[in-house]
Design a protein around this ligand. Structure first.
Ligand code: DX5
Ligand code: ZN
Length: 217
């Protein structure tokens, strides 16, 4: 299966979000990646549900919502109402992860579990069968435009092995410092979805960059 591309709107032009949403709609991108930050779980604040709801009104592709917040359980209905397809919660932010994942499914969304760079994939041994996607952070979350942490490649390969061994169809998404070079290494290691913020939006031709990322074999 060809890998998916999820441009991160964190790097979009907030003064003209509509133009960037239309660009993604008309590109080869697969999903919209929406980053919600609370200033507590991560040292930055981005945007919240009212903005995502507006995005969902014109977006023609699924919304992949990445919650970098404490107590994400409290907002499952808000995320659903905002139009999310996939709700990603951080492993480090959920005390009762199985309950959270079940509640996300009950709300009618796909459930993703996100790991910070220091969190080992082995901790997913007993939840992997219940999640639709694992989002591996390849930078410390909070900001766009950071440098890719190389060790992520080992984590992708290890996680892929765990998934195949169990005959699961869990997707592996990678987020942070993804560009043409790191993207190629990630796809080779087994990544199914690449998030790209800076690589797409800082490029003079974002549509072409999405095409190039999508064409990585
Ligand atoms: C970082 C966010 C990312 C961010 C990636 O905390 O989760 O989605 O937008 O940006 P780049 O691709 O610029 O590293
Ligand atoms: Zn993200």
């Amino acid at each position: 299966m060809a890998h998916k591309i999820a441009p991160s709107l964190l790097s979009a032009n907030f003064l003209n979000l509509q133009a960037d949403i239309e660009m993604i709609d008309n590109s080869e991108a697969d999903w919209f990646h929406c980053d919600v930050m609370d200033g507590t779980f991560v040292p930055n604040i981005s945007f919240g549900f009212p903005i995502i709801k507006q995005i969902s009104k014109i977006a023609k592709k699924p919304l992949d919502v990445h919650l970098m917040i404490v107590n994400p359980d409290k907002y499952i209905n808000e995320v659903k109402d905002a139009g999310a397809y996939m709700m990603n919660v951080h492993y480090e932010a959920c005390t009762h992860l199985h309950r959270t994942v079940s509640a996300i499914h009950d709300a009618g969304m796909k459930a993703g579990v996100t790991l910070n760079p220091h969190t080992p994939v082995s901790l997913l041994e007993d939840i992997l069968q219940d999640v639709d996607m694992v989002l591996l952070m390849s930078v410390n979350p909070g900001f766009g435009g950071q440098r890719f942490i190389e060790h992520t490649l080992t984590k992708v390969a290890r996680l892929k092995e765990m998934i195949l061994k169990r005959n699961l169809h869990t997707l592996i998404e990678v987020d942070g410092g993804v560009n043409l070079e790191t993207g190629k290494l990630l796809v080779d290691a087994g990544a199914d979805v690449l998030v790209a913020g800076n690589a797409v939006f800082a490029d003079p031709d974002p549509t072409e960059m999405i095409h190039k990322l999508k064409s990585l074999a």
